[in-house]
Write a protein that binds this ligand. Structure first.
Ligand code: GLP
Length: 244
């Protein structure tokens, strides 16, 4: 494995480091094709990127984005959707054109067809240049749960119970967490020319150790990243505590 590992003091340090890396790549290539993630960890990264945009250091008008995943059954207008998350966390604050932002449509009538369309759109755009990734407590990347084939492409998946429990905090009381999602596959993610895996918190330590130091296995989706040529792992001290 040729991963570069950066251990930052805390979550804020992780966000600043990851944002600086994205800023550098976007400066080198304003037409960068970004793979974007949701969840808690990327939020402060997007805050930094919005600040960099306000300060005039970066522009998104020639860039393109593809989000990793979306819940099945949630329309873009649903406040719990990843569409809504991205709008609030990043898109409303920068000049990335609406036509250049891509997120799977969780409300599409035919989700299998939507998954195929999404995979083709990524290929047609020339593939992901820089992919931002988070890590699930169970080792998932995107919504590729344990057992996901490493050659998987964008598809409809069933969410693990632990994932639905972990993400219940993003849903208002009385709003069930969806049982399924559309996600880029592991092979889709590995197709990115460069990957940044951002991990923060002691609750991720076990998953991070298994991802980086364990065997490459379908039981730990993130272990597939060990085969990637240009992987940056940026984590905080709490998440790194089990690494040898
Ligand atoms: C979510 C997302 C993943 C994300 C992960 C960790 O379910 N689908 O893409 O990386 O879980 O999220 P967090 O950063 O909130 O711990």
């Amino acid at each position: 494995m040729t991963a570069a590992l950066t251990i930052c003091r805390d979550e804020e340090g992780v966000a600043a480091h990851v944002a600086a890396l994205i800023e550098a790549r976007l400066t080198q290539d304003p037409r960068l094709i970004l793979g974007l993630a949701t969840g808690r960890t990327p939020r402060p990264v997007y805050r930094h990127l919005a600040e960099a945009w306000r300060a005039g250091r970066i522009r998104f008008r020639d860039a393109v984005s593809f989000n990793i995943d979306e819940y099945a059954g949630l329309a873009a207008s649903d406040p719990a959707s990843f569409h809504a998350y991205m709008e609030e966390a990043l898109f409303a604050h920068v000049d990335l054109p609406a036509g250049s932002r891509h997120i799977p449509d969780g409300a599409a009538p035919d989700l299998a067809a939507e998954a195929e369309r999404y995979e083709r759109a990524i290929t047609a755009a020339g593939g992901i240049g820089l992919q931002l990734l988070g890590l699930g407590v169970n080792g998932h990347i995107g919504f590729n749960e344990p057992g996901s084939p490493h050659d998987s492409r964008t598809r409809l998946v069933r969410l693990a119970t632990s994932t639905r429990q972990a993400n219940a905090r993003d849903f208002p009381p009385g709003h069930d967490v969806p049982t399924h999602a559309l996600t880029m596959g592991i092979a889709t993610l590995l197709g990115a020319r460069e990957i940044v895996l951002a991990v923060a918190g002691a609750h991720k330590a076990q998953a991070l150790k298994a991802a980086l130091e364990g065997p490459v296995t379908e039981g730990v989706p993130a272990s597939a990243l060990q085969g990637h040529e240009r992987l940056h792992v940026v984590c905080d001290e709490a998440a790194a505590r089990l690494l040898s």
